[in-house]
Design a protein around this ligand. Structure first.
Ligand SMILES: NC(=O)C1=CN([C@@H]2O[C@H](COP(=O)(O)OP(=O)(O)OC[C@H]3O[C@@H](n4cnc5c(N)ncnc54)[C@H](OP(=O)(O)O)[C@@H]3O)[C@@H](O)[C@H]2O)[C@H](O)CC1
Ligand SMILES: [K+]
Length: 501
């Protein structure tokens, strides 16, 4: 599977390496790019009665001239609109000369019913907000309702961030080349692409140095090999033991959701550590999951010494006060070399005034740590890395992982997972039904459940995100958080049959 995601800059360097290696030069790649786009258009939009091709000044426009020529050669009607001549001597200028259709200016653009728009204004080279005449034409196309096929990217969408820079097309189909770019998978770019086709244009696979790739689309192929195997001689503790810290009497549900997630993710034993005032409410709702009192650090540490859990979840419903901070310190201090810790929700917010202390403890700890913030929590822990129009979610998450020493799961419709060593994965199987109370608590339990079975932090986070999203996707409408753990057996058994021996 081709899961690598290349920034526009990385793609440019692959492009140059491909041209250096030959046999295709830049013009040859452009011919192939135009050919795959024209073929995709003719296959998917056979009923279109004509084509309005919009060409920008760079090589994206160059691809557009090739598409226009190939469509004319197929005997269909084509009108072409361009405002700026490509730079003299460029591949785009050569493609422009080879195109038999004389361009009209943008001001002459008129939508035609049952025709299709080919968007070749800007691709990887988008360098500033789309305004003025290009923005006007994008608006005219939008109001016309005509279908749009975008070459490489919907013009106006940044290939790096997936965010629109000024006006941008909403495409029905986007054809990109060789590999996806972050802008195709991060939102809102992902939705603005419409259907996405990744086409081969003759760049050899060997052009890509896979060892240098640090960003992938999250998919089981990325972590399947690291999924825990259950041997026939397994016993409950050898399958991993997860401790989940519960909040007080009126906020215990979150811990139980996390506990259930950990158990369904395969941990052989799960213990909820509860304040004394919440023991009876927890006891009433737990059956296979164990329960133990822990109001104080001493009680927590006694449990850690007695039972040596291999994973823990701190944060869901835990409160943002000193108990949570001191439990975090203790877990980081006492966790054995194989310990996997997930700090979520309140365990993140509890350190908002002093994130550097948390990061220093994480870096000094033998534990593997995963932090699972949503955007609000992320902002509290990583000042200066908040969302901004020209910044990529991948780079923000990567920077946060390096700063903190933990694997970071920055949640959202395009959850990004990053490791301190620079690896990052963008998740794409989420569903809107996951936006429900308690969903994040289950996720933290699933990740801890996988880490407790010795799955490394980055892989466990990627697997946890994917399984959680898949459970939500399969369940669909009407989902509440309690349903997520209960969907995991079906997802695991259908996707990973070899792991249920
Ligand atoms: N292997 C491949 O992926 C191949 C890709 N091809 C195609 O090439 C483009 C990238 O081409 P490039 O020339 O680098 O860039 P663009 O065509 O996207 O745009 C650059 C020109 O557009 C101007 N620009 C950028 N943003 C704006 C804006 N908002 N308003 C007005 N003008 C804008 C930019 O101007 P500068 O001032 O920044 O210089 C340039 O003039 C890639 O996307 C593919 O479609 C190859 O054809 C085949 C191989
Ligand atoms: K485009």
């Amino acid at each position: 599977m081709r899961l690598e995601i290349l920034t526009p800059e990385e793609m440019g360097s692959v492009d140059r390496k491909a041209v250096d290696a030959g046999p295709l030069d830049g013009y040859g790649l452009m011919q192939n790019a135009g050919a795959v786009v024209a073929a995709a258009i003719l296959e998917r939009f056979a009923e279109a009665e004509g084509f309005l091709v919009l060409c920008g000044p760079g090589n994206n426009g160059g691809d557009g001239y090739v598409v226009a020529r190939l469509l004319v050669e197929r005997g269909v009607q084509v009108r072409l609109f361009a405002e700026t001549e490509p730079a003299a001597g460029s591949d785009a200028a050569r493609a422009r000369r080879a195109c038999p259709v004389e361009p009209k200016s943008y001001s002459e653009f008129e939508p035609v019913e049952r025709w299709l728009v080919v968007d070749a204004l800007f691709g990887a080279g988008l360098s500033k907000p789309v305004e003025g005449r290009e923005a006007a034409i994008i608006e005219r196309v939008r109001t016309s309702g005509l279908p749009v096929v975008s070459i490489d990217l919907p013009s106006g969408v940044s290939g790096l961030t997936g965010k629109p820079l000024g006006a941008a097309f909403q495409a029905d189909l986007t054809v990109t080349f060789f590999r996806k770019k972050p802008g195709h998978v991060l939102v809102p770019g992902r939705q603005m692409c419409g259907e996405l086709l990744v086409a081969d244009i003759g760049i050899a696979e060997t052009t890509l140095n896979r060892a240098e790739c640090k960003t992938w689309e999250n998919h089981p192929a990325l972590w399947r090999a690291a999924l825990p195997e259950i041997g026939i001689s397994a016993h409950k503790y050898s399958r991993g033991h997860v401790a989940v810290i519960s909040g007080g009497a009126t906020s215990t549900g979150a811990a139980r959701l996390a506990a259930r997630g950990a158990a369904r993710a395969g941990a052989g034993a799960v213990t909820v550590l509860s304040p004394a005032n919440a023991l009876s409410v927890n006891a009433m709702h737990l059956t296979s999951i164990m329960l133990r009192r822990a109001d104080t650090v001493e009680e927590l540490e006694a449990f850690l010494s007695d039972r040596g859990p291999s994973g823990a979840v701190l944060g869901p419903g835990a409160g943002t006060g000193e108990r949570t901070r001191s439990f975090a310190r203790s877990l980081l201090d006492r966790a054995g070399a194989a310990g996997g810790l997930v700090f979520d929700a309140d365990a993140i917010t509890a350190f908002r005034g002093d994130p550097e202390t948390l990061f220093a403890m994480i870096k000094a700890s033998a534990a593997q740590v995963v932090l699972t913030p949503h955007e609000g929590e992320f902002g509290r822990l990583f000042p200066g890395l908040e969302d901004a129009p020209e910044v990529s979610k991948v780079e923000r998450t990567r920077e946060a992982a390096m700063r903190s020493g933990a694997a970071i799961v920055l949640k959202g419709p395009d959850t990004v997972v990053a490791a301190p060593d620079g690896r990052a994965a963008i998740n794409v199987n989420a569903t809107q039904h996951l936006a429900t109370a308690g969903s994040g608590d289950v996720l933290s339990g699933i990740i801890a459940g996988l880490m407790a079975q010795t799955m490394p932090a980055f892989e466990a986070a990627c697997a946890g995100i994917w399984l959680h999203a898949e459970a939500g996707r399969v369940f669909g409408r009407g989902l509440i958080a309690e349903d997520l753990p209960e969907m995991l057996p079906q997802v695991l058994q259908s996707q990973f049959p070899e792991h249920v021996r």
